[in-house]
Ligand binder design. Structure first.
Ligand SMILES: [Zn+2]
Length: 131
């Protein structure tokens, strides 16, 4: 009886946590600017690529960090600002060819994997925030 009560309480607590997390996620997305959102997405994709191909566990290797910083720099200077489309369909090729090719490889690798990795990454991020 006592055990059951405890298990139920833990269950409720977990459900509350999930709802709170969802609230935080939706709130965050609502107030995140287009540029910030893209920076966030590109970071996740570069991380997936780096972890998968360069076998880094935390953070990014030198090469991928340079690429991420470059892409964030480009996003900061995007002339479309908050009205930007996705970079893939953008008429302006603002990346220099070498970076463009590297980013293309990241997108090909990380694109399909985002579906699986994104929810976990979001939870991990929340978990880190709560600590
Ligand atoms: Zn890497």
């Amino acid at each position: 009886m006592r055990d059951n009560f405890f298990v139920n309480r833990v269950g409720y607590w977990q459900i509350c946590c999930i709802f709170a997390s969802l609230l935080v996620i939706t709130k965050k997305n609502k107030y995140m600017s287009r540029i910030e959102e893209d920076k966030h997405t590109v970071r996740q994709m570069v991380e997936i690529y780096c972890h998968g191909n360069h076998h880094t566990r935390e953070g990014l290797c030198e090469e991928c960090r340079t690429l991420l910083e470059y892409s964030h720099f480009r996003l900061d200077h995007c002339k479309f600002g908050e009205n930007k489309t996705t970079c893939k369909v953008c008429p302006v090729h603002c990346y220099k060819p070498e970076m463009r090719e590297r980013m293309r490889r990241v997108m090909i690798y990380a694109g399909p994997r985002m579906l699986w990795h994104h929810p976990l990454a979001a939870l991990r991020h929340l978990w880190r925030e709560m600590r």
